[in-house]
Design a protein. Structure first.
Length: 652
């Protein structure tokens, strides 16, 4: 014979078999289970049930709901559940208030389902809060809060934390996957545990159903025969007592089983959802090279960030500050159309400012220069100047003591070139266009040093080590002027070139290697000075060799031109229109023509002479011919004294 618990058994079995199915099928089975639960609770001594198909109103100046006594005090642990498709809690009136107090208050925007066992997230899941003033306050406290909730003076949102305040808008891959996998592992364990419990409960329920069926079959058999029923009335009463004893335990076991299966179904549903979520998690380059869409927006007419404590004091201790960690950062003062905002400004004031694109190794064993810093502006000033305030205006006071601007790099380029139609590829390499040098570079300084030197640290100080190997300084221009002239144009000061090899040339060069090619056609070189010293800096510092070679060499002097050898032992002198050659011995080689009166004051010896006319004033002597008076020879050859004296070049 069929009994109602046979229907219950089928409902429970069908419900247990839906735990792995979709939410719609689970909800369908829950509706069938719901009716059975209603029948069960009607048979259980499970409190009072008040229901009305229209409306129930509780009205009183004060209403207390909970496990409380008549005074409203809590009797013991209890639970209050409000379950509906719509729940409204309203504090009415100008002073209406809603207060929630508990050690833990949780709000989760999920659908709990008709039995409260589900946690379904929908696309429209949201927690909405709207007010003129919203205050979120976290205080470090033990046993009691000492800080009252800060009530803002007007409308707005106030968020305060004594210790940590995190505003997080991020999307993760590794962490997300790890959390999902950990959750999946936990749910699988729950699933196995719940299935084991529900299987045991189902076995016990089936045993109860079997026992009930035996009892009911036996009772039905006895009730069917009137004579037998009269003879076995005591047995029938005993059977009814057995059924009544079994039913409460069966009912509670069935309720526990239904709740367990509902929980198991929710675990199965979440497990499927998380497995799908795990498959959709992006990783590797798919995650790293594509945007996640995570955003954090701060908007306000005025945004203020301060490192202060609760008393308003600026924190200067180690660890205080503002840190920004990002691959890209943009601060702009542009209008909506992209143009610069007129009179916009960006200020950065600090005792120390560091802008670095240096790249340290992961183990911090070294730091390599990397990246680049671009500063683009119509006017750029780098200065180390002290200022003073006079008449509400700041004026330059003077150079800052020990002020210094230092630029150090393997290549330093200062350009006033004008780009024309320059195009670059995606790696920044120039592919088209040209640069035309324009503008001026002006350096004003008391001392300017351009050097290529290596340095070393000795006794804690940086000192010169040596010239840099293959170091080179090049100045290249169509016209190069090096002047030491004052404001009136008068030459002053000194210019010194000092090197092991000094070359001053006018030569064309190889355009690639920049090495000497040939003399520049039409080139000239002019060296002019009131006094000029070539080959000698002082009497003790002289050149060992001077060589002059050219197709034409001209030496011109308005007063005296003199060449000396040794300490005036031999002299060639041009002075006052006269030319003189003097020395211990003078020799002239080659055909020689003398086109003017010649006077020889010493002896003249010649192997052969052809003379058109000979006139002897005192004597004429020959081995063959003798005429006139015999007198002594004329005076000696005479000597030429040097007119110019060697002098030291002026000291620098």
């Amino acid at each position: 014979m069929d009994y109602i618990f046979d229907d219950w058994k089928k409902i429970l079995t069908d419900f247990q078999n839906t735990v792995s199915k979709d939410l719609a099928e689970i909800h369908k089975q829950k509706m069938a289970v719901q009716q059975m639960k209603t029948d069960i609770f009607e048979r259980l001594d499970n409190g009072q049930y008040i229901s009305d198909p229209r409306r129930i109103v509780l009205s009183a100046p004060e209403i207390v709901i909970g496990h409380v006594d008549k005074s409203g005090d809590l009797k013991g642990e209890g639970r209050v559940i409000i379950r509906s498709s719509e729940v409204d809690v309203e504090g009415v009136g100008e002073n209406g208030t809603i207060i929630s107090r508990a050690p833990v208050i949780q709000q989760t925007a999920v659908d709990p389902g008709i039995d409260g066992q589900e946690a379904v997230v929908y696309p429209h899941s949201a927690v909405l809060t709207q007010a003129r003033s919203v205050v979120l306050q976290s205080n470090e406290a033990k046993d009691a809060f000492s800080e009252p909730i800060a009530v803002p003076g007007g409308s707005g949102i106030t968020i305060h934390a004594d210790q940590t305040l995190d505003i997080d808008a991020t999307s993760s891959s590794v962490l997300h996957k790890g959390n999902v996998e950990a959750r999946i592992t936990s749910l699988k364990k729950q699933k196995d545990e719940l299935k084991s419990i529900s299987d045991k409960q189902k076995t016990e329920i089936d045993k109860y159903f079997t026992d009930l069926k035996k009892i009911m079959d036996k009772e039905q058999e006895k009730n069917g025969n009137f004579i037998s029923a009269r003879l076995n009335l005591v047995d029938i009463e005993n059977a009814r007592e057995q059924v009544e004893g079994i039913m409460p335990a069966l009912y509670r076991l069935m309720i526990d089983f239904i709740h367990g299966v509902s929980h198991q179904a929710e675990v199965e549903r979440q497990l499927k959802a998380l497995e799908e979520e795990k498959k959709a998690i992006k990783s590797g380059d798919d995650f790293n090279k594509n945007t996640t869409g995570a955003q954090l927006a701060l908007k306000g007419e005025f945004i203020n960030v301060k490192s202060v404590d609760g008393d308003g004091n600026l924190r200067t201790n180690e660890g205080a500050g503002v840190s920004v960690w990002t691959p890209q950062m943009n601060i702009s003062m542009n209008k909506l159309d992209g143009t610069l905002l007129e009179k916009s400004s960006f200020g950065l004031a600090s005792e120390n400012v560091t802008i670095s694109t240096a790249n340290p190794k992961a183990d911090n064993s070294e730091i390599s220069a990397a990246g680049k810093v671009n500063i683009s502006s119509k006017s750029i000033n780098l200065e180390s100047i002290d200022y003073q305030k006079k008449d509400d205006t700041y004026t330059e006071k003077g150079l800052a003591a020990d002020g210094k601007v230092s630029i150090t790099a393997k290549t330093i380029e200062v350009a006033t070139t004008n780009p024309k139609s320059i195009e670059r590829d995606d790696k920044g390499k120039i592919t088209k266009g040209e640069y035309t040098a324009e503008g001026d570079v002006i350096i004003r300084s008391k001392t300017v040093a351009v050097e290529s030197l290596d340095y070393e640290v000795k006794e804690g100080k940086l000192s010169t080590k040596a010239l840099t190997k293959d170091g080179k300084i090049a100045v290249r221009a169509e016209k190069t002027d090096i002047l030491a002239a004052d404001a009136e144009g008068k030459a002053t000061g000194a210019i010194s070139l000092n090197a092991k090899a000094v070359s001053v040339k006018s030569m064309d060069v190889d355009k690639e290697k920049l090495t000497d090619d040939k003399l520049t056609a039409g080139s000239t070189m002019t060296l002019v000075s009131e006094k000029m010293y070539v080959g000698s800096k002082s009497k003790d510092i002289k050149s060992k060799k001077i060589q002059a070679m050219s197709e034409e060499i001209g030496a011109f002097a308005d007063k005296t031109l003199e060449i000396q050898q040794g300490d005036g032992k031999a002299v060639v002198q041009l002075d006052g229109g006269n030319a003189a050659v003097g020395g211990s011995k003078t020799a002239v080689y080659g055909d020689t023509t003398i086109n003017a009166k010649t006077e020889v004051k010493g002896e003249l010896t010649a192997p052969k002479a052809t003379i058109d006319n000979i006139e002897a004033k005192t004597s004429f002597k020959s081995p063959n011919i003798s005429d006139g008076m015999a007198v002594g020879a004329g005076g000696g050859g005479g000597s030429l004294s040097a007119k110019l004296k060697s002098e030291d070049a002026p000291k620098e």
